[in-house]
Design a protein around this ligand. Structure first.
Ligand SMILES: Cc1cc2nc3c(=O)[nH]c(=O)nc-3n(C[C@H](O)[C@H](O)[C@H](O)COP(=O)(O)OP(=O)(O)OC[C@H]3O[C@@H](n4cnc5c(N)ncnc54)[C@H](O)[C@@H]3O)c2cc1C
Length: 433
């Protein structure tokens, strides 16, 4: 089957949903998502969203982002991120996100490598609250049609112009012809055996970019989060113990109860220190000690972490939490400019699949949801202003279901083989083709 739309959005995380909300209501928008709308990493986000606290905080926020990113960041993109942060947080509030408040306004929390408390949050379930508010608003938009269980397999292109995509929708081929396509298909965690990510987020956008010679950037920059809950038989994905637990005073200790690192250093530094400590002590985990926090505070401030650990037999108001680093985030991706334009005409990428350069070699905590907001809105604005000048030719695809299924298998091996070459020392962490 073939359909035509003005704008195709691939992905229902923060980047995809917020793009849909910022596109003009005059445009016909089609949003596809691989499984159900809520199966995205956005839903899992715990700690919060970074934002400049005020105009005066912007330079310090920029400095913190650059320092954490080992100065490999794109300075222009970082400035855009900081300068547009407050405006986008306000938009979220208008969409109904109820961030935690105190008597002076937002109850800002702290995470590693931030010089000040500047993270807005909804207890430890910020992602779910953001997702629910955005999704409720998208559902009300009459110009947006949603296709769940619809998987992007390849783009349709004429030379270097993107004209839509080939998808498998509920087991059948669906070709979607679009004047503009926004890839918001998330990161690569599902390619790793141990990751905090949804298993279905498998770097499909990256594989499709490789197949179509779309420029990629910083693919070797993969973030391992220092503190996933250590489990002998992990459930579907590794459960994250948010960095905000350390931000609120949690300490990392080894089996002898000794501290071995400043917990609020950038994530790569803390993760490496834990790996070293695990090797030195021949243990597959270290502990997070939150005994200095009162039980009541823990239950109210970290309700999700408290209940998920409890389900697994750990009462974090009384016991240390066993933690270990696992794959968590992808700083690299499809190279884009500050309007989320890729190297292919009419193709945009935003959120974790893209590389704006804001994160450099190591993402500053809680900058990812913000990046998704800032740059998906910029993509939408650019499309609103320019779509009238785009005219695509519709070409019928002759691919059968077997051939499309084969492309899907090829995407998986393209991505796995690419990352195998890039992560050398962690190659055995990747799943097999
Ligand atoms: C456990 C956890 C905690 C986190 N905590 C924080 C935090 O506190 N603060 C912060 O800033 N960041 C946090 N992050 C990172 C952040 O959540 C993600 O980077 C961000 O949500 C990515 O948003 P996105 O819209 O780009 O992708 P996602 O939210 O991952 O959405 C990707 C979407 O694309 C769809 N998709 C994928 N492939 C295809 C395909 N082939 N066809 C169709 N659809 C496809 C998926 O189904 C999904 O809907 C956390 C991440 C995790 C995993």
């Amino acid at each position: 089957m073939d359909i035509c739309t003005d704008v195709l959005i691939v992905g229902s995380g923060v980047a995809g949903l917020y793009a849909a909300l910022n596109l003009s209501s005059r445009l016909n928008v089609t949003l596809i998502t691989k499984t159900t709308v809520d199966e995205c990493n956005t839903y899992l986000a715990q700690g919060g969203i970074s934002t400049a606290r005020n105009k005066q905080d912007e330079p310090l926020f920029i400095d913190d982002t650059l320092r954490a990113g080992v100065y490999k960041n794109d300075i222009n993109a970082v400035k855009v991120l900081a300068e547009e942060s407050m405006d986008n947080i306000e938009n979220l509030v208008n969409y109904g996100v109820a961030f935690d408040l105190c008597e002076n306004g937002y109850e800002y929390t702290r995470e590693g490598a931030h010089s000040v408390n500047r993270i807005v949050h909804c207890a430890d379930e910020t992602g779910r609250k953001v997702f629910e508010a955005l999704w409720a608003s998208v559902k009300k938009k009459k110009n947006v049609t949603i296709y769940q269980n619809t998987e992007l397999i390849d783009i349709i292109r004429q030379g270097n112009i993107c004209c839509g995509s080939v998808t498998i929708s509920n087991g059948k081929i669906l070709n979607i012809h679009a004047k503009a396509t926004i890839l918001a298909s998330g990161g690569i965690g599902g390619l790793f055996k141990n990751s905090t990510n949804q298993r279905t987020v498998t770097g499909d956008g990256i594989a499709i970019a490789i197949r179509n010679n779309i420029a990629l950037k910083d693919l070797e920059y993969i973030q391992f989060h220092p503190t996933a809950l250590y489990e002998v038989s992990p459930h579907k994905k590794r459960f994250l113990i948010s960095e905000s637990v350390r931000g609120e005073g949690g300490k990392l200790i080894n089996s002898k109860g000794e501290r071995f690192i400043d917990e609020l250093l950038p994530r790569n530094v803390v993760a490496n220190a834990i790996y070293e400590e695990e090797n030195r002590t021949k243990s597959p985990y270290v502990f997070l000690d939150i005994s200095a926090m009162k039980g009541e505070f823990i239950v109210n401030r970290f309700p999700l972490i408290y209940s998920e650990c409890k389900k697994r037999g750990i009462d974090i108001t009384k016991q240390f939490i066993p933690v270990t680093p696992v794959q968590h985030y992808f700083m690299g991706g499809i190279q884009v400019d500050t309007f989320s334009r890729t190297s292919m005409e009419n193709l945009f990428a935003c959120g974790e699949v893209s590389c704006t350069g804001v994160h450099g070699a190591n993402r500053l905590a809680s900058n990812s949801l913000l990046e998704g907001l800032v740059f998906s809105r910029r993509a939408a604005k650019f499309i609103n202003d320019n779509i009238h000048s785009i005219d695509i030719k519709i070409t019928q695809s002759s691919l059968g279901l077997d051939e499309v299924q084969e492309l899907k298998r090829e995407n998986r091996s393209l991505a796995i083989n690419k990352f195998k070459l890039l992560v050398e020392d962690k190659a055995d962490e990747l799943v097999s083709c």
